[in-house]
Design a protein around this ligand. Structure first.
Ligand SMILES: NC(=O)c1ccc[n+]([C@@H]2O[C@H](COP(=O)([O-])OP(=O)(O)OC[C@H]3O[C@@H](n4cnc5c(N)ncnc54)[C@H](OP(=O)(O)O)[C@@H]3O)[C@@H](O)[C@H]2O)c1
Length: 306
């Protein structure tokens, strides 16, 4: 599997990250088989969050991989904190520290390679975040830090206090959820595509060496379903299937190849729990679609050029 630098962490990571949000839908033996396939493919970067399946996803993963020191050294584990489901978002020092303790226990590890702040907390006190990150780093419990779903000003506010580089920003991005790309194309126009919803986060992350990790790369809307083979997207599927045929790969591969063709050097986080699909995802790292094919897919998804 090809690798990229994860921001300024010094870590080389596989281009495809394996999201574990849905691992709780597998039974124990299915989960072991899935994790084994991932490792065989070189997909040894696993994305977690304290809240996935209320903590069960981290536990299931640790069991599936049979976590022990020799195994731990071979994998890169990222988790997230900062959401208290249904109650609040919480970047307080106490919550961050408690959340990490919980993740470490469930994952049966002494450290996280990467910790992300999951979703912006309206009441964030960046001094507290900085304190928490300092404690976690000096105790060896977390090696690198990043954010998720944050805009440039939110990141800049954190950067004023946090000493560690913020190495990743995990953002919702797929062919059908790509306002962060289409806005740039329409910049300064009077149409609705020109509305900036994210403060030019794509260019900001490129400028500051923050790796964008697209989440839900196959979903449309907010977990509405998969756009591939979906009759609601006839033109898009015809175009993706046509390009897939040309390269002799599946539509899943092309949907990810589209994200990887963008020069921002992103690390998509896939959510499939199907070993065959994961192979198709990894295959995307071997394909470079052309500039024209990238734009054809962009337009077939309903985007327009000004
Ligand atoms: N930071 C955040 O706020 C945030 C939010 C959401 C998710 N995430 C992370 O992102 C990861 C991915 O999210 P996601 O699971 O929503 O992403 P996704 O990869 O877009 O969706 C995966 C889901 O789509 C299904 N699927 C059906 N057809 C598919 C096809 N042709 N190709 C691929 N998948 C297909 C999969 O089923 P099968 O399992 O049967 O293949 C699976 O249930 C999560 O695991 C999590 O780590 C982060």
């Amino acid at each position: 599997m090809k690798t990229i630098n994860l921001g300024l962490s010094g870590l080389q990571v596989p281009v495809i990250a394996v999201g574990c949000m849905r691992i709780n839908k597998l039974d124990a033996s299915e989960a072991s088989a899935f994790v084994k396939t991932a490792l065989d493919l070189g997909a040894n970067f696993f994305d977690h969050a304290d809240i996935y399946a209320a903590g069960a996803s981290e536990k299931i993963f640790a069991k599936a991989i049979d976590m022990k020191p020799a195994v731990r050294e071979k994998v890169i584990i990222q988790s997230k904190c900062g959401i208290r489901p249904g109650k609040a978002f919480d970047f307080s020092k106490d919550h961050i520290l408690k959340s990490v303790e919980g993740s470490l226990k469930r994952l049966k590890t002494e450290y996280l390679d990467v910790l992300l702040l999951h979703r912006p907390d309206a009441l964030v006190e960046p001094e507290e975040v900085a304190e928490a990150f300092g404690i976690l780093q000096s105790s060896g419990k977390v090696r690198h830090f990043g954010v998720s779903n944050q805009n440039p000003m939110q990141i800049n506010l954190l950067k004023k206090y946090v000493k560690q580089p913020l190495v990743a920003n995990q953002l919702q991005l797929s062919i059908t959820n790509c306002t962060m790309i289409s806005q740039g194309v329409h910049n300064n126009m009077g149409d609705e595509f020109a509305v900036s919803r994210d403060g030019s986060v794509l260019d900001f992350c490129r400028l500051h060496d923050i790796t964008i990790q697209p989440w839900s790369p196959f979903q449309y809307g907010f977990f509405k379903g998969v756009f591939l083979d979906n009759p609601e997207f006839p033109e898009l599927n015809t175009k993706i299937n046509e390009i897939a045929k040309k390269y002799g790969v599946t539509n899943t591969t092309i949907a990810l190849a589209w994200l990887l063709r963008h020069p921002a050097k992103m690390q998509p986080v896939t959510g499939t729990m199907n070993a065959k699909r994961l192979k198709e995802c990894v295959k995307a790292t071997e394909i470079t679609i052309t500039r024209d094919e990238w734009y054809e897919i962009f337009l077939a998804a309903g985007n327009i050029l000004p």
